[in-house]
Design a binder for this molecule. Structure first.
Ligand SMILES: [Zn+2]
Length: 452
């Protein structure tokens, strides 16, 4: 019995031992290198689109639609997880609404007509109208309306989903930045008072600030236009990028900003708050929050019961993060023309270990490749974040170049110095473009410091 248990433990240990990913097995169809540089005047593509498709993180399926390949999807799922954590922290609960929403709900709010041709409409076999939903205010509000009366204890109620949304873009471009099918996090909040809704709005915006700070890319938060969604107060979150489609005016003194859509001809071109000078910058919108009031709850009958037992319209908010767009926008901002770079927060893998070439002098140190991977993945608990470039027929130099292009934040090389009496490893910080030579212990401490 003891023996059997031991062998079982050994089997499990063995399974854990080999639990790190291998570049030789990675599905990363790289198109013929090195045509990474962007052609001049190619207006329909962006750095992120070029790099993510040519380096095998994305694959175009048709105009404005992409397959997410393992590298891209791993990054997206990490981003989802980080959003889930912040949503959970503010007590938001995850749901999944159908992608198809009944057309009659969109007719009720008037958006069936007002949305325009971006709204992709379909009919089922019974000639019933549906929309392939770009957003779900109608769907979620109608659902809550049908549950009347919910207990007052339920409020504020915060429901969100992370799902595929559809928009029939006239001119899809820049890859995931403007496409027909995208992943969005959409949160809907319901409060029984206006003051409560304002508080909820503040709370969600603070969660947004934490989400964007964790990503680590400088972002701009500006007053936004309410547009077709409606409501009274709105804020947008942007990454600054020249290919961005939004014009933002940012105060050079206090940093407050406004979307140009809100600026009328007679608006003063000075900051409302401090009088400072405004500067124009281009932004990629990655998040948008709206305080909706009763715009949807009233026509759709989403009510709460007041103390007298009378139905009153709920006060709503809605909050989006364009998850797939955010992914591409981050790559867009961080990458160089040839090297795709990801924020450490959602890099597909954090550390790539490159072993020696078969037949070279360094081959004597090859066992370090596995032992480093095992220690990093098990002892440090980075299991899923370690990838080993085990393609031992290729030179170290070629694999280092590929690792940099793919954008692994850290690269550990088992090379010449690993054969010395006290083995050492080259550790590359891809972001800072620094190389250090470290002992095993120093390497572990380095990875621990940066990746945990
Ligand atoms: Zn100002």
């Amino acid at each position: 019995m003891a023996n059997r248990l031991r062998s079982k433990a050994a089997q499990m240990f063995h399974i854990q031992m080999s639990h790190y990913h291998k570049v030789s097995k990675l599905f990363q169809p790289v198109s013929q290198a090195p045509k990474y540089a962007i052609k001049k005047k190619d207006e329909s593509s962006s750095i992120s689109q070029k790099l993510m498709t040519e380096l095998g993180a994305l694959h175009p399926r048709s105009n404005g639609m992409y397959a997410l390949l393992p590298l891209g999807l791993r990054a997206l799922e990490k981003l989802n997880k980080s959003i889930d954590e912040e949503m959970s922290y503010i007590g938001a609960q995850k749901i999944a609404l159908p992608i198809l929403t009944s057309g009659h709900l969109w007719k009720k709010t008037g958006r069936w007509k007002s949305t325009g041709p971006e709204l992709l409409k379909v009919k089922d076999r019974h000639e019933k109208d549906f929309v392939l939903s770009p957003t779900h205010e109608e769907s979620v509000t109608d659902m809550i309306a049908g549950m009347y009366p919910l207990s007052y204890r339920q409020f504020p109620l915060k429901l969100y989903q992370i799902s595929t949304k559809i928009r029939d873009e006239m001119k899809p471009r820049f890859g995931l930045l403007r496409c027909k099918e995208f992943v969005m996090k959409d949160l809907y909040t319901f409060d029984s008072s206006e003051a409560g809704a304002a508080e909820t709005y503040e709370e969600v915006n603070n969660a947004y600030l934490r989400i964007f700070r964790k990503i680590g890319i400088p972002f701009l938060r500006v007053a936004g236009a309410c547009g077709n969604i409606g409501g009274s107060v709105s804020h947008e979150y942007h990454f600054h990028a020249d290919i961005g489609e939004d014009i933002l005016w940012i105060c050079q003194s206090c940093g407050e900003g406004t979307n140009s859509e809100l600026i009328t001809e007679d608006s003063q071109m000075n900051c409302h708050t401090c009088g400072g000078v405004l500067k124009k910058v281009m932004g990629i919108e990655v998040g948008h929050t709206f305080l909706l009031g009763r715009k949807y709850s009233e026509p759709m009958g989403a009510f709460y019961q007041d103390l007298q037992g009378k139905p009153q319209p709920l006060h709503m908010g809605c909050y989006g993060i364009g998850v797939s767009r955010l992914l591409a926008a981050a790559v867009e901002v961080l990458s160089t023309k040839a090297q795709m770079k990801w924020p450490l927060a959602f890099a597909p893998y954090k550390v790539c270990i490159i072993g020696p070439k078969k037949g070279s002098k360094e081959w004597a140190a090859v066992s370090w490749q596995d032992s480093l991977a095992s220690v990093l993945s098990q002892n440090l608990g980075l299991g899923d974040d370690i990838i080993v470039d085990d393609r031992s027929t290729l030179t170290i130099g070629k694999r280092v170049l590929e690792a940099k292009n793919t954008g692994y934040p850290f690269v550990v090389i088992v090379g010449k110095k690993a054969c010395e009496a006290v083995p050492q490893f080259e550790v590359i910080d891809n972001d800072k473009e620094e190389v250090q030579v470290l002992t095993q212990l120093e390497t572990l401490n380095f990875v621990k410091k940066h990746c945990l």
